[in-house]
Design a protein around this ligand. Structure first.
Ligand code: F6P
Length: 544
């Protein structure tokens, strides 16, 4: 599947139906620079994956406009056509006040849901005030979607944990909309999830969708189990669906991916070559002759950056002969810095860097180069091309697209991937060297294994990984999601038919507890009658 084929798949549907993508993070942001305003792409797996899809399909992407020049480039409806050079979709920006951003993005999304869903032993923090703001912001997104679609039929493709209430608000307002939601992070087991104070409300929000996708089956199972034990709903484990309010939500795994072909093309571009040269200058003379271990992450406590540094430290302690033969290049994008835990992870990294470079460094060789900045797409690809080894050491990750991007970029067929077994990507890229990042000895061993791996083995592994990412590329992900939607929902249903069905559904929902009670009493009565009949027949007394 490629961009053209996905575009064609949509061409038929799109004649009558609008396509709207909704996420918190925008695919492009506009900043003031010395010579005017420039558009940048954020460091985000979600954007890497979704942008090729919206470019292929067309439509509108609704997201939070948060950068310094975002307001300066939009029209009266807050819209801007993108990408600038060759516009193929519309971005519509939603504005939030600092207080709203604090409660919705930093508060519920990243202090509560992010640590709750990633099991990395960072305590989630909950605040009722933040929850109220999260609700309001989800309503704002709902109003924007409704305004964007007008009276037309539409497919709304919602992204991630920032917008968990949006599907219910949309469903209530427009029962005929086709709602798909992809949850980009893990869904934890029910034991972990049950501490979320507004669990019923958030689950009900997500059950407004027709289709809800996770990266892997395990997260789907966790979701079904969470719903079954938390609320009034019929969970069907055979069809992986949940009925609430008389209508189903289908829960399915869709492992996300990248634009394999385009990344391969971009890897040959002049922009990548320029970035490569600037990294070589940055690393200093001689570094290019060493084996280069590359990391590229947002600075986040889920990414296992300290664990990777400790592994590298141990590698050098145990193998002093590797000094001046290896170099670590870490691209590190600052992220969510207002949150305390992110401040702490930054301090921890700073201390480790200082310690490792002091312990092992020499006048002519610096073991770890930690480039703390936002690195654009071409810079990240350049780093992958320079790498002998790419390290993905997440403590927990829904998928992790660094792993797949690296594989796609390596058109030369060489390079080793060290990959945490706690990522979704580990299920797809089984030819990576899989590691438990909590086990520092194992990380150091894997780094040594990568150093010593013969070229033939590296190439064989890389060839198999490339074949996997090429086959299950991002367009294939899009195709699977939309074909599943087409299979599950009835596209011919008019708005009034959908309204009637929805009203019937809410009557069933209201009656549900009573129906359950009637069912329970019927069962009790019939079993009592049966017992009595049995006692008569056998002559035994019955204790009731
Ligand atoms: O992939 C998970 C995710 O939260 C995306 O939703 C997001 O785009 C990315 O990580 C980066 O996070 P943020 O948007 O908070 O910078």
């Amino acid at each position: 599947m490629d961009a053209l084929a996905l575009g064609n798949l949509f061409a038929g549907i799109k004649k009558k139906t609008k396509v709207v993508v909704v996420s918190n993070r925008q695919p492009w942001f506009h900043e003031r620079v010395a010579d005017g305003i420039r558009a940048f792409r954020p460091a985000s797996g979600l954007v890497t994956a979704l942008e090729p899809i919206i470019e292929a399909v067309g439509g509108t992407w609704i997201a939070h406009g948060s950068a310094s020049a975002d307001r300066l480039v939009v029209d009266r409806k807050n819209r801007v056509r993108l990408p600038e050079q060759n516009p193929r979709f519309t971005l519509r920006r939603v504005w939030l006040t600092p207080k709203e951003e604090e409660g919705y993005y930093y508060g519920i999304s990243n202090k509560a849901l992010w640590p709750l869903c990633h099991i990395v032993y960072t305590k989630p923090r909950f605040s009722r005030k933040d929850w109220e703001i999260y609700r309001d912001v989800n309503k704002r997104f709902s109003d924007t979607v409704l305004d964007e679609v007008g009276d037309s039929p539409a497919i709304v493709f919602i992204q991630d944990y920032h917008l968990a209430l949006l599907p219910r608000y949309l469903r209530n307002a427009r029962p005929d909309l086709k709602l798909v939601h992809f949850w980009h992070i893990p869904w934890p087991n029910r034991e972990a999830f049950r501490i979320f104070p507004w669990s019923e409300e958030i689950l009900d929000g997500l059950l407004g969708n027709d289709l809800l996708g996770f990266h892997i089956q395990y997260h789907c199972n966790n979701f079904l189990d969470t719903v079954e034990k938390t609320m009034e709903a019929m969970v069907d484990y055979e069809n992986f669906s949940i009925y609430r309010g008389g209508r189903p939500t289908y829960i399915r795994p869709f492992p996300i991916s990248v634009d394999f072909k385009q990344i391969g093309i971009d890897a040959q571009s002049a922009a990548v070559q320029d970035k490569k040269e600037s990294f070589i200058r940055e690393l200093g003379p001689g570094a290019e002759e060493t084996k280069i271990y590359v990391g590229a992450d947002r600075i986040d406590y889920t990414k296992g950056i300290p664990e990777r540094l400790r592994g590298f430290d141990l590698l050098l302690q145990r193998n002093p002969d590797l000094k001046k033969k290896v170099t670590m290049l870490q691209l590190a994008a600052p992220s969510r810095t207002q949150i305390e835990e992110y401040g702490r992870i930054n301090d921890e990294i700073e201390n480790l860097l200082e310690e490792i470079n002091r312990r092992h460094g020499t006048d002519s060789w610096k073991p770890v180069h930690f480039l703390r900045a936002h690195h654009d797409y071409y810079a990240v690809i350049a780093a992958y091309l320079m790498a002998d080894v790419v390290m993905v050491t997440s403590l927990h990750d829904g998928m992790n697209l660094v792993a797949k991007e690296f594989v796609a970029a390596r058109t030369d067929g060489d390079g080793v991937l060290l990959l945490s077994q706690y990522t979704g990507a580990a299920r797809d890229l089984t030819d990576a060297v899989l590691i438990n990042p909590y086990d520092t000895d194992q990380v150091a061993d894997a780094m040594l294994q990568a150093f010593r791996m013969p070229e033939t083995e590296r190439r064989q592994r890389m060839a198999r990984m490339r074949a996997q990412v090429e086959k299950d590329n991002i367009y294939e992900w899009g195709r699977k999601i939309f074909e599943e939607l087409l299979k599950r929902v009835h596209f011919g249903k008019s708005r009034s038919e959908a309204m009637r069905a929805s009203r019937a559904g809410s009557v069933i929902q209201r009656l549900n507890p009573h129906l359950a009670a009637v069912k329970f009493l019927t069962l009790r009565c019939s079993s009592a009658i049966l017992k009595k009949v049995h006692a008569r027949l056998t002559g035994n007394g019955v204790m009731s």
